[in-house]
Design a protein around this ligand. Sequence first.
Ligand code: NZQ
Ligand code: ZN
Length: 381
Amino acid sequence: MENFVIYNPVKLYFGKGVTGKIGKTASGIGRKALLVYGKGSVKKNGSYQQVISSLQSENIGIVEYSGIRPNPVVEDVDAAAALGRAENVDMVIAVGGGSVLDSAKYIAISIPVAHSCWDFATGKTKPGKALPILGVLTLAATGSEMNPLGVVQHNAEKRKVGFGHHLMFPRASFLDPAFTTGVPANYTAFGIADLIAHALEGWFGEGDSTLTDRFIISIIREAMDYGPKLMENLHDYTLRAKIMYAATMALNGLTAQGKKTGDWGVHAIGHCLSVLWDIPHGASLSVAYPAWMELQTQRIPGRIGTLGKEVFGLQSPEDTIGAFKNFFSKLGCPVSLGEAGIQMNEDKQNELLEVMALNKVNGMVHKLSQEDHQLLVRQMI
Ligand code: NZQ
Ligand code: ZN
């Protein structure tokens, strides 16, 4: 087992009505908040109203920035940071899914300095200070609510980059599963695929940490037991709560303890699909994970086989990959680029390979050669 440190300063509020506490939390931080959200779902699921009422009850000033896109882009994040800087806000409050939370993290480190978030994402500048971040989650998927990571994309450069820093931990996150009961079927399924993919990135990481492996298997089994039930009952609070809890635990450090590193090669591939064709994050992973496992079948048959045994009671790596593919399909996630709406031809294959090279797609443990990139692209068609 590797040495490790557990540090997670996020105060997580979970359950019905918890967002009512955000005003009190904000009043312990300052007087004025930049409220960041997406394209409007927050006004239909009740989260926006609850946040506004709670902040108003504590006389917190509110400046709004809306319109954050799924797969957030540099321009939006920089514009929001400029607004927050001009308005001299004391904190950033994100209400939405992973895209809004990730944006809020970059906004919080960008406001104190006049730098583009891209400088932080690409390592050109290190964060020195950050405004406190509060998160209100409306979509179970990324785990951003309890981690210090943020992913942002630069369309002109065709790059999507993840970056993490301890200043990007939310100070508190509010998780009310009731806000997620209206998430449409497709994004519900993508969220389940994403949380399973996070657990898998840990599973295929490096290091002997058996308890962590058991956490990983439990998270995957929880998602596999209740995900399909949720797809049949999208408005069920209890099922939403189970998936929300699983998604948060899948990327808050729990699945990494005692390991040297996770792999994250599949996420790197998924980011290329998103930056090129705007494929939703979870859908990019349900396409890329089976393809990646197929590439690895001969290289790590034992690891894939053990996964299959623990999750499905199967023996062979081939059957395991088939079972994952089948599971994602039954949820309603694409398992090929064709199913994701991208009809591949030679030009598109070359374009994808170029973007994969540009983004230096690789695993941290299982290294991917140029030939592997080609095999993966063919496998995903
Ligand atoms: O824009 P709005 O109106 O808010 O609509 C959103 C968006 O269209 C909608 N939505 C959110 N909550 C809803 C809802 N619709 C109905 N009811 C609700 N309650 O869902 C759509 C997708 O939202 P988005 O935030 O993009 O989804 P997700 O949470 O999957 O976030 C994806 C982003 O997170 C990054 C991804 O790369 C991607 O950019 N990731 C962040 C990670 C992290 N910080 O740790 C790790 C992940 O691996 C991932 O890379
Ligand atoms: Zn992910």
